[in-house]
Every structure is written in C-alpha cells, then in structure tokens.
Design a binder for this molecule. Structure first.
Ligand SMILES: [Zn+2]
Length: 635
C-alpha cells in the first residue's frame, strides 16, 4: 500500500516518503532532516543527555579520556568567562601575525604557525602514500577557498557574489572587535578577498578533486621549494623534522604549487598576511564570546540554509564530540551498540563479499587473470565494525591546562593533534586506525588500506535492525555495505591494488571495457534537471558506480533468500535516502557533492535492475522505466 497518491512505479521515493516529507519540519539548527539526518539527531540527543549527566556528576565513564572531554564541554558552557574575555584570548596570535611584514619573518615562524593552526600559503599534511601504502608521505596543496568551489568565482556566478558579500559583511563586523584602525580593517578585508580571488584561479575544482588518484604527484623538495619561494619550505621541513626531513613531497594539486607565485609573492606578501589574520580570527570565533561565536557562523548558516545556531548545550557537545571523536565513539558503541547486532552485521558483510566474488567470477567483461586479481582484492578487504577495540594513544594525550580559556585549550589540543599527524611521517602506516568514530552516522571505504568502516551509529533503523526483515536490512545497510565494497572498484578505487597501492592490475582491454561502462553511468546522470540546476554525471560517477554495485550484489543475495520480499527491499532502499533539506543546502550539494541528490539515488538506481520491474510490475507506461538496453549493471 502506498502512503501517498503517487504510484510507486512512477516515483518510488515520493511514494514511500511523500507523506513523511509533507509533515517533516527541518529543525532550525539543521539544514536537513530524514534518513541519515534523523538518525544523527537521535544520536546527538542521547549523547547530549549523557554529557549533561557527566557535567552534573550524576554519571561517569570508565574511559579516562572522557574526563578531559567533559572538562572541555564545561568550558564551552562557561559563558560567563567566555563573554567576559571577549576577543582577548585570540589577540596575541593576531598581533603576532600582524607583526610579520616580510617573508623572512614568516619563514622564521612558519613551522610554529603550522602547529598553531594558522593557515600557510600551502596546506601541508602527512598521510599514507598512494604508491606505497606501508609508508606515510608529506603532502602539500594550495590554500582553501572562501567559496565552496572554484566554479563559484566565475564572472556570471551570482550566487558566488552574494556569498562573498555575506562573508565580507561578517568579517567587517568581526574586525571591528580587533585593535586594527578603521582604515586597516578595510584594507585587511580587501586584501583577504584579493588573495582568495588569486588562489581561486590556481587551485583544483571539486570536480578535479573527485578524481583523487590524480593527487599522487611526487616532487623533490628542491623543486617545490623553487616554486614556493619566498616561502622557505626547506627551512620549515628542517624545523619540523631536523635531519630526518623528507626529500620528496607528494603534491596533491600541482598547478597550485607550480603557479604559487600567482597568489603568493614578495610583492603580494601583505595580501597573504591579512588573509591569514582574518582566517585565524574566524576560526577562533567558535571558542570566544557567544556574540563572536554567533557572528562567526553567519556565513556557514547562509551557505547551508541553517536558520539558527544550536543551543549552547548542543554547541558544547558538537565541539567536544569532534575534538575527542574516538573516545566518544567508543563510549557510544560500548553503551548503545549490542554485540548480537555487531556479529549479525559482520556476517552480512562477509556474505556480501563472498557474493561479490561470485559475481566477479560470472563477470563478462574481464579476462580471467583480471578477475583473479579483483577476487584477491575482495579477499583482503578488512572490516571495521561498530567501534575500535582500543583507543589510540593520541587520544589520551589530548590534555590541556584546566585554567586555560576555551580558546587556549582548543589551541593546545590542535597543536598536539597536528604534531602527532606530522610525526607519522617517521613511522609506518598504522592500518588499524579508524577513519570514522562510532557515533557517526556514515560508512566509508579507504582505498589506501582496502578496508571498510561501519560506525555503530549507522547500524540502526532504517538501515538495520534485528527486528527488521532480512529483505529490509539488505535494502538498507546491505546496499550501503555493497556500496562501500564497490568503492574498491569505482573509477578511483580501481586504480589501487589489494594492498592499497596505486598499481595497475588491469589488462588494458579490461580497463577500457570498464571505462565504457563508467561512461554509460556518467551519461545516465549527466544533466538531470534538479532544483533549477543540473546534476554533473562526472562529479557523481564514483558514488553512482558504488550504488549500482551495492544494489547488484544485494539483489543477488535476495535470490537466495527463502522469504525474499523485493518490495520491502526497494521500499527500504528509498527510505534510507529520505531527506528534506533547505534550498541553500540542496544547491550547495548539487555543485560540490560527489553523491547524487538523495531522491535520484533512490529513484535512478532501481531502474537498472530487472528485479525492480518484476517487484512492482513496472512497464514502459511508468515513469520509473528505462529501456533494457539502457540498463547498467557494472559489478
Ligand atoms: Zn560512497
């Protein structure tokens, strides 16, 4: 029975979710509700109640790291102190930046600034090397932009202009709190905008970033240093690593580095410093007075369509749950996630991997040797389910002085985290690290370690429940599991081998056949009209391939169930993608997100599979019909 007048054969998403969507209200402090978002909100409510009890001393946790998490939580709530101190806690670092007037002065302090969280003309990080997943590499890229993507800077992009006006207005108000004179305030803002505009001409677009295997561009330190001058990259690396400084860097965004002087040069030096001053102030606002915190969120509220900031208690929980992510995820998992459910989902993952192997064997476009390598990759996928058994030592080192201001505490914590990340350069990759904490409603595949992570928080209704039918669970978490596994074989993941190394394990003709199918998937989504804009088939192709694979493998399992209920399968598939969102947020996702809009994820993929047509008797007369020759099933 349909919940609305819409026929399921015409619009699965609306037929299943329409009634709910009609009445759903997006909370003022969110940009979306439904599916993932509703679950996330539920987790947040549960955890907020626990933190309220921790802070009141009515409850405690056995995890030693929670002591500092609670202390930090209380610091956010201490508005008396925050409001009294106002902008003062951040002033020393702003003054330090203001005093830097030459590249030589910047170079003397650059390593320290990096640890303090001040943005440099290059972003730097340490992460697993794409070509040798056993070792870590030092990676560099250009600076972040103010707007969400380079495309927003196009001459005819009105949205970009409006957003920059909102940002400028916010910054103007913030700068009035600083000791800068009025003339300086105007100059700093103009310079920051000028710097950002120059950067926008050099850095990668979101579409370019979406092909992440192209990030692997090793360059000698000498070469990078040549491009980066007057920034002294070599001095910085020596300050950070002494005589163990790397001699090769991995350049994620080659154009930004090679043409760095287009935005950072001796002549333009003050543009950078004034940009860094404003970015540092903006980042600090969340930890300053309530007034500054609210002001500092103006731009992101506009960007995402959020009507109001979360109440103070929620802000406190959100800040702490991001800062102490792993211990809080472990606490959540241990407290709210059952072992029976964990074992059941692990079994489901294993079953899906085994079925994936069978499908690889039956695959009709790969040569036998390529199939064998694909099956090898499937055999070595690691499963990270729920939450980690052990909390990594770094989370116990996240301590601060109890007398610190909120800002000072956050700054020390950020420095400890950054130092820890940079130190990884000298150690082998720890493949037991988790990319997502237990309380996060999400899942992921890591191509560098060939593993999949399913945090405890996503293992709930509608994705998964012991009480749901097997068919419903397969249409929910099953398809998500299949989706994550498929990322091992999407247009990016396919470039990595079973060890997580960029390594071509394909026969040329097999890869060409795969690319032809990939092109079909690009075309299936390219240009679909959505909220006044158009879907980019290229930007979303890896996620669409993953959805396609996830549905293919779980439908295969459905065939083996004695009580398979295909209607329940497809309905739950549509239910997990249910989302009501603010228009601003819809537009933001449409231009930047590598996932297709939720309604399309729900409605496009089923039509590629015969089971959809059989389950609901879908024919050419129905909206959710496509010709058999246009149906795509890649994996
Ligand atoms: Zn994905």
């Amino acid at each position: 029975m349909n919940e609305t007048n819409v026929r399921i054969q015409d619009d699965l998403y609306e037929a299943v979710n329409g009634e709910w969507l009609k009445n759903a209200v997006i909370p003022d402090d969110r940009s979306t509700i439904g599916g993932f978002s509703t679950l996330d909100q539920d987790v947040e409510q549960i955890m907020m109640a626990d933190f309220r009890a921790f802070a009141a001393g009515e409850k405690s946790s056995d995890l030693p790291q929670m002591k500092y998490a609670v202390a930090l939580y209380k610091k956010v709530l201490d508005t008396e102190r925050r409001n009294r101190e106002g902008i003062r806690p951040v002033l020393p670092i702003l003054e330090q930046l203001r005093a830097i007037t030459t590249p030589a002065q910047l170079n003397q302090q650059a390593a320290k600034l990096l640890l303090t969280g001040v943005p440099l003309p290059l972003q730097m990080d340490v992460t697993a090397d794409m070509q040798n997943a056993e070792k870590n590499s030092f990676v560099v890229a250009g600076p972040d932009l103010i707007l969400p993507d380079t495309t927003y800077y196009a001459e005819d992009n009105q949205q970009g202009k409006q957003l920059l006006a909102v940002w400028s207005d916010m910054v103007t108000k913030l700068l009035a709190y600083t000791p800068l004179t009025e003339a300086e305030q105007k100059q700093y803002l103009a310079d920051a905008l000028a710097f950002d505009a120059l950067v926008s001409k050099k850095v990668k677009s979101q579409l370019e970033w979406s092909e992440y295997y192209k990030c692997h561009n090793p360059m000698s330190v000498d070469e990078v240093a040549g491009y980066a001058s007057p920034l002294d990259v070599k001095l910085m690396l020596t300050e950070l690593y002494g005589d163990r400084a790397p001699d090769t860097l991995i350049v994620y965004d080659p154009k930004a580095v090679k043409e760095m002087n287009g935005y950072f040069s001796r002549e333009n030096f003050s543009l950078y410093i004034h940009w860094a001053y404003i970015r540092t102030l903006l980042k600090a606002t969340a930890c300053l007075s309530e007034e500054l915190a609210a002001l500092g969120k103006t731009y992101s509220r506009t960007l995402t369509g959020v009507a109001a900031d979360p109440v103070l208690e929620k802000q406190a929980y959100q800040l702490v749950s991001a800062t102490y992510a792993e211990p809080i995820g472990v606490y959540y998992g241990q407290t709210y996630f059952g072992e029976a459910a964990k074992q059941d989902v692990v079994d489901m993952v294993k079953k899906i991997i085994e079925t994936y192997k069978l499908r690889m064997q039956k695959n009709d476009f790969l040569a036998e040797e390529t199939k064998a390598k694909a099956i090898q990759k499937l055999s070595t996928i690691e499963i990270k389910m729920g939450y980690p058994d052990e909390i990594k030592p770094i989370w116990s080192r996240l301590v601060f002085d109890e007398n610190d201001s909120l800002f000072a505490a956050m700054r020390s914590l950020a420095a400890i985290r950054t130092r820890d990340r940079l130190d990884k350069l000298l150690k082998p990759v720890d493949r037991t690290e988790w990319l997502m904490p237990g309380h996060m409603v999400n899942a992921c595949y890591n191509p560098s370690s060939n593993d999949i992570t399913f945090p405890a928080a996503i293992l709930q209704k509608p994705f998964y429940a012991l009480a749901q039918s097997h068919s419903e669970n397969l249409g929910g978490i099953g398809a998500v599991i299949g989706h994550e596994i498929s990322h091992a074989f999407d247009n990016n993941g396919a470039k990595f081998d079973e060890h997580g190394n960029l390594n071509n394990w394909w026969k040329d003709e097999d890869f060409q056949a795969f690319q032809a199918l990939t092109k079909g998937m690009v075309e299936q989504f390219e240009g679909i009209e959505f909220h006044g804009g158009k879907v980019s088939g290229e930007l979303t192709v890896s996620e669409n391939i993953a959805d396609n694979g996830g549905m293919g493998v779980t439908l295969e399992i459905m065939h083996t169930l004695p009580d398979a209920d295909y209607r329940a399968y497809f309905k739950n598939w549509a239910r997990v993608w249910c989302m009501k969102a603010k228009e601003e947020y819809i537009q933001l996702l449409l231009s930047c997100d590598v996932h297709s809009p939720n309604v399309l994820r729900a409605n496009m993929m089923p039509r590629n599979f015969n089971e959809w047509y059989e389950a609901f008797g879908v024919t050419e007369q129905d909206q959710m019909y496509i010709d058999p020759e246009k149906r795509i099933s890649i994996w």
